[in-house]
Design a protein around this ligand. Structure first.
Ligand SMILES: [Zn+2]
Length: 572
C-alpha cells in the first residue's frame, strides 16, 4: 500500500498542522452544535478531503459497541468508520465538481438528498473543487443548501474560495486549512519512515519536506517514489537526483561570487549547474532559501535550527552581507523565476538575473567593497576620508535601468562633441564605417532595446569603437576604443561586459583603450541624423510650392534650423 494512503489521517488527532481546524470542529462536535454546511479551503493535497471524511465519521460513528453518538473521536471500528475509510459508505457521497459541474449533476444530487440516510445518522454530501460548479448548478443547489433536511450535511471544498458565490459562502461555516511547514512535514516523514523501518538520512527528508510545498500527501507520495528510486532506502544524493534539486553549495557559490562582485566566478557557477543539468529555476529557489535563512539570522540571531547543516553557512554568509543587499538579491531571485522561460536558454537567463545584482552599485563599506567597483572608485580617489565619499557618490547613482536614458546629459553627444574628435565635413561627423562597427552598432541597439544597458553604461557602449576580438584565457576578449576618460572606468566596463555576456550567453572580456574612435554607434547615429537633415532641407528647398512662394514673396526666408526631418520609429 502506498504511504500516502496508508498514513492518511483517520482521526483528528492524527491530522498534522491543522490544530485550529481540529479544535473548532472538535468543540462543535463535542457540544452538539452542528452546522449544516461546511467549507474547507486550502491548496491541493492539504487534507480537505481527509477532514471531510473524518467529519463524516464523527457524525455517523456508532462506537465499538454500537451505542455511541456523534463524537469528536470516531472509534475507527464501527461500520461507519470502516466503510468511510474504505470509501464505500452508502451515506457519504463525494462529488468532484471539476468533472460533475453541470445542472444535471446538481439535480441528481438534490434528488438523492430527498431520501433519508440508508444506514447512517447523517447523509453527508462532499463537493470537492466546489468553485467549478456552474452558476446554474449552484442556483439549483442553493435552496437545499439553505434549508437542508435534518439528516443532510454539506461539505464543500475548494482551492479557490474567491470564485465561490457570496450567497454560498454565507451559508457555510468556513475553515482554512494551512500549508504545513517544512519542519512539520519533515518530522512526520521521520515518524512514518521509522514505522516502516526504512533506512534514511536527514538530508533526504529535508529535501522531500521542502519539495512537498506544505502538502503531507505530496510528501508521502514523493517519499514512495524516492524509496523505489533508491532501491528501498532514502539517501540525500539519490533524492536530490530524483527531485532534480540544486545543491546548497551552488546557492552559496552564487552568494560568494556576488558578494565579491566577481562576475567570472558567478558565470562559472552558472556553467557548473548547466553542465550538471540541474534546473535554473531550482537554483534560484535554493538561492532564495539561503537568502531567507541569512535574513532570519540577521534579524533574529540564533533563530535557525542549529542541527540543520545549512545553518552554519547561512550564519557565516549573513555576517558578511548588509541586510538590504540580502533583501535586494532575494527579490531579484524570486522575481527572476518568471523570466527564465522568456529567453530560449534558461541558464543564460539565470546568468542575466544574477548579473542584475551586479548592476547595482556596491555597498559603501564592509565586506562587499573589495570588488572591481570599489577598487575603481578608490583608485581615483584620494586616500583617507574621501575614499568613503567617492564610493558613496557611486552608491547614490540609481540602478541603470531605472534611470531615464533620455536625460539631456546622458544622450549621445551627436554633432558638437564628436565632430571635434572625428573631424567635420559639411557638418557631418567623419564616420569611417567598418564591419566590426556595423556589428557593434547592431549589438548595442539590441542591448539597449532589451533594457540590458542604460544611462552611463549605454553611453560607454555608444561612444566606443570595437577594434578587435581575440581568443583569451576566459573566452573571447574584445578591445573597445573610447575617447572620454570618464567613461573608461572599471565599473562601467564590468556592467557593459555583464550585459554582453548575458545577451550572448558566452564569456566575453572587455578591454577599454584610449583614443579617438572612428566608428561608434553614436557617430553612426549622428551621421544618419545629419544625412536626414540634409535630405529634409534639400527636399524643402527643391519643393515646387516652396520655390513658387520664394519667388513670389521676395522677403520670404527659410528660417535656419526650422526644417526637421520627420522622426521615424527606429523599430518600424
Ligand atoms: Zn466508529
Amino acid at each position: 500500500m502506498v504511504l500516502a494512503r496508508k498514513y492518511r489521517p483517520r482521526r483528528f488527532s492524527e491530522l498534522v498542522g491543522q490544530e485550529h481546524v481540529v479544535r473548532a470542529l472538535g468543540n462543535a462536535l463535542a457540544s452538539g452544535r452542528l452546522h449544516h454546511a461546511y467549507l474547507f479551503t486550502g491548496t491541493r493535497g492539504i487534507g480537505k478531503t481527509t477532514v471531510s471524511r473524518i467529519l463524516a465519521k464523527c457524525l455517523n460513528c456508532t462506537g465499538a459497541d454500537g451505542s455511541g453518538g456523534v463524537t469528536a473521536e470516531p472509534c475507527g471500528c464501527c461500520q461507519a468508520c470502516i466503510e468511510i475509510d474504505a470509501d464505500r459508505y452508502i451515506d457519504y457521497i463525494e462529488l468532484d465538481a471539476a468533472s460533475n459541474r453541470g445542472i444535471e449533476e446538481a439535480r441528481e444530487l438534490i434528488e438523492r438528498a430527498a431520501y433519508k440516510p440508508s444506514v447512517g445518522r447523517y447523509k453527508v454530501f462532499m463537493i470537492d473543487e466546489a468553485h467549478q460548479l456552474t452558476r446554474d448548478a449552484f442556483s439549483a443547489l442553493l435552496k437545499t443548501l439553505e434549508e437542508p433536511p435534518e439528516y443532510l450535511k454539506f461539505v464543500l471544498a475548494t482551492t479557490d474560495p474567491e470564485r465561490m458565490l457570496p450567497t454560498v459562502l454565507s451559508r457555510c461555516l468556513q475553515f482554512n486549512l494551512r500549508p504545513m511547514t517544512p519542519q512539520a512535514v519533515q518530522e512526520h516523514l521521520e515518524r512514518v519512515l521509522a514505522d516502516e523501518k526504512i533506512v534514511h538520512d536527514t538530508g533526504s527528508l529535508r529535501l522531500l519536506a521542502r519539495a512537498a510545498r506544505g502538502s503531507m500527501r505530496d510528501a508521502l507520495s514523493l517519499a514512495d517514489q524516492a524509496i523505489a528510486y533508491g532501491g528501498g532506502r532514502l539517501d540525500e544524493a539519490a533524492v536530490r537526483a530524483m527531485l532534480g534539486s540544486v545543491e546548497r553549495s551552488v546557492a552559496s557559490a552564487f552568494v560568494r561570487a556576488l558578494g565579491a562582485r566577481d562576475g567570472a566566478a558567478l558565470l562559472a557557477a552558472v556553467d557548473d549547474i548547466r553542465q550538471r543539468g540541474q534546473s535554473a529555476a531550482g537554483a534560484l529557489e535554493e538561492l532564495a532559501m539561503l537568502l531567507q535563512q541569512m535574513a532570519i539570522v540577521q534579524a533574529v540571531p540564533g533563530a535557525l535550527d542549529s542541527a540543520d547543516p545549512d545553518t552554519a553557512e547561512a550564519t557565516q554568509l549573513a555576517g558578511a552581507w548588509p541586510a538590504d543587499e540580502v533583501q535586494l538579491l532575494y527579490s531579484l531571485a524570486i522575481h527572476g523565476r518568471e523570466e527564465l522561460s522568456l529567453l530560449g536558454d534558461e541558464y543564460a537567463a539565470l546568468a542575466m538575473v544574477l548579473l542584475r545584482f551586479l548592476a547595482f552599485p556596491a555597498a559603501p563599506s564592509g565586506a562587499l567593497s573589495t570588488g572591481p567597483m570599489a577598487s575603481a572608485s578608490t583608485a581615483t580617489a584620494a586616500p583617507e576620508p574621501s575614499v568613503t565619499k567617492a564610493v558613496d557618490a557611486s552608491h547614490d547613482e540609481p540602478p541603470p535601468w531605472l534611470d531615464a536614458p533620455e536625460s539631456e546629459e546622458l544622450r549621445p553627444r551627436a554633432a558638437a562633441g564628436q565632430t571635434q574628435v572625428a573631424g567635420v565635413a559639411d557638418g557631418v561627423p567623419a564616420l569611417h564605417p567598418t564591419a566590426l562597427g556595423e556589428r557593434w552598432a547592431a549589438l548595442v541597439a539590441n542591448l539597449s532595446q532589451r533594457g540590458l544597458i542604460a544611462a552611463l553604461v549605454r553611453e560607454l557602449a555608444m561612444q566606443s569603437e570595437w577594434l578587435a576580438a581575440s581568443a583569451g584565457p576566459q573566452g573571447a576578449r574584445w578591445r573597445l576604443r573610447t575617447e572620454r576618460e570618464s567613461l573608461r572606468t572599471a565599473a562601467l566596463r564590468d556592467k557593459l561586459q555583464a550585459a554582453i555576456v548575458a545577451a550572448q550567453g558566452e564569456p566575453v572580456e572587455l578591454e577599454l583603450v584610449e583614443g579617438a574612435p572612428l566608428d561608434t554607434p553614436a557617430l553612426r547615429e549622428a551621421a544618419a541624423r545629419a544625412r536626414a537633415q540634409q535630405q529634409a532641407e534639400q527636399t524643402m528647398t527643391n519643393d515646387p510650392v516652396v520655390r513658387e512662394l520664394m519667388s513670389q514673396f521676395k522677403t520670404a526666408r527659410i528660417v535656419p534650423g526650422s526644417i526637421k526631418p520627420v522622426q521615424r520609429n527606429p523599430s518600424a
